[in-house]
Design a binder for this molecule. Structure first.
Ligand code: NAP
Ligand code: MG
Length: 402
């Protein structure tokens, strides 16, 4: 069989530890035999990040802007322990943070649903994709512990020197104060990324805040979304047969619990932090969660939502067998290949991505899976495979489909 040809390279960001091992296995077993794979390779493994003073991360983000599609392996975000483990020159920043800042992107996360691993919420037939605004609010706050009686004020001094001043509270004893902010620019980028991704995936978009209580702050989010929708997206949504739906956050939570799924749920920063963990844990396993960073200009970076699975890597280094789930990393590749195929009009590449996903799911549905899934499946008599044999089983299913 002839290999599928590509036109534009994918930006390939390699990573660390166990996921780096899976990365190579996936390429060798599931991609290279079938695709004439064109990638521009960036090694985001911690050693090379340290060697290049993290320049490689910046270069990979720039390449993503240039080519439009990237696929990323999980990477270590250094902490004190990693400083000694890898003898680092500096505690380099999280590559995901650097890439997200460079692309001004929004992260969309969705569970991979498969028969045998049912969500705790029985009516969730289709995945719920969560979009979290990743800038500001309580994550960039200023806080004061009020020592005793006194007056707290909110003051804004304009570049022209003009002042806006409001009383927050006249304290008659100790308490606390918090200042938070957001910018129209960041909210606009978030809104556009959400509308684009909804069109892209042909799913309804839900957005919710607490604008009845926060009449200026949260209301501003609601107004910006509505304004952009009316001006730039209303017609496109109608053509695509999808809907933009705004409601209050508590109403959204109640509706989500009763919904069938199959929509995008856009959340403010804090809501997204909380709700994404709720959705993912209800769907079983972090190893079954995909993640894609979408910029407002339509650039895509695909990855798995989990980390480098350090504990398994240490076992692997000791020569022990591991049963690490590669599904989310496989889906990062299929997401990127499908998007590349769509942008370059290569239908065979898009079909291949569909088939590889189908092969992965049907392998699990046939009872062959890694240990993390075997622990939570409703299926009886399953076969637990090690990291390598699971990927080989997927290859068998894939070859049967091709
Ligand atoms: P982790 O790699 O997500 O793993 C935490 C635990 O979850 C594992 O020990 C394992 O549980 C389970 N798990 C996660 N993915 C799995 C998979 N594919 N298959 C089977 N089990 C899986 O988180 P971590 O150990 O806290 O972090 C390790 C490193 O990853 C850190 O250096 C962190 O900075 C980095 N990280 C990177 C990203 C990213 O690049 N996007 C995201 C998060 C964390 P058991 O051990 O019980 O089997
Ligand atoms: Mg969290």
């Amino acid at each position: 069989m002839a290999k599928i040809e590509m036109k534009t390279p994918l930006v390939e960001m390699d990573g660390d530890e166990m996921t780096r091992i899976l990365w190579k296995m996936i390429k060798d077993e599931l991609l290279l035999p079938f695709i004439d794979l064109k990638t521009e390779y960036y090694d985001l493994g911690l050693e090379y990040r340290n060697e290049t003073n993290d320049q490689v991360t910046i270069d990979s983000a720039e390449a993503t802007k240039k080519y439009g599609v990237a696929v990323k392996c999980a990477t270590i975000t250094p902490n004190a322990a990693r400083m000694t483990e890898y003898n680092l020159k500096e505690m380099w920043k999280s590559p995901n943070g650097t890439i997200r800042a460079a692309l001004d992107g929004t992260v969309f996360r969705a569970p991979i649903q498969v028969k045998g691993i049912e969500p705790c919420v029985k009516n969730w037939e289709k995945p719920i994709t969560l979009a979290r605004h990743a800038y500001g609010d309580v994550y960039k706050n200023t806080e004061i512990k009020v020592p005793g009686a006194g007056k707290a004020e909110l003051v804004f001094t304009g570049a022209d020197g003009k002042e806006i001043r409001q009383t927050i509270q006249e304290f008659d004893g100790p308490g606390i104060i918090q200042g938070i902010h957001n910018t129209d620019k960041s909210i606009t980028s978030f809104a556009k990324a959400c509308f684009n991704y909804a069109l892209d995936t042909k799913q309804d978009l839900w957005f919710a805040t607490k604008d009845t209580i926060s009449k200026i702050y949260d209301h501003n989010f609601k107004d910006i979304f509505q304004d952009i929708y009316d001006k730039e997206y209303k017609e496109k949504f109608e053509e695509a047969g999808i809907e933009y739906f705004y409601t209050l956050i508590d109403d959204a939570v109640a509706r989500v619990m009763k919904a069938k799924g199959g929509f995008i749920w856009a959340c403010k920063n804090y809501d997204g932090d909380v709700m994404s963990d709720m959705v993912s844990s209800a769907c079983g396993s972090l190893a079954m969660m995909t993640s894609v960073l979408v910029s407002p200009s339509g650039v895509y970076e695909y990855e798995a939502a989990h980390g480098t699975v350090q504990r398994h890597y240490y076992k692997h280094l000791k020569g022990e067998e591991t049963s690490t789930n590669s599904v989310a990393t496989i889906f990062a590749w299929t997401g990127a290949l499908r998007k590349r195929g769509e942008m370059d009009t290569i239908p065979e590449l898009m079909e291949f991505a569909d088939k590889l996903e189908k092969a992965t799911l049907s392998t699990i549905e046939s009872g062959k899976m890694t240990k993390d899934l075997a622990l939570i499946t409703s299926m009886k008599d399953v076969t637990v495979l090690n990291s390598e044999n699971f990927i080989k089983a997927v290859r068998e299913s894939l070859e049967a489909l091709l």
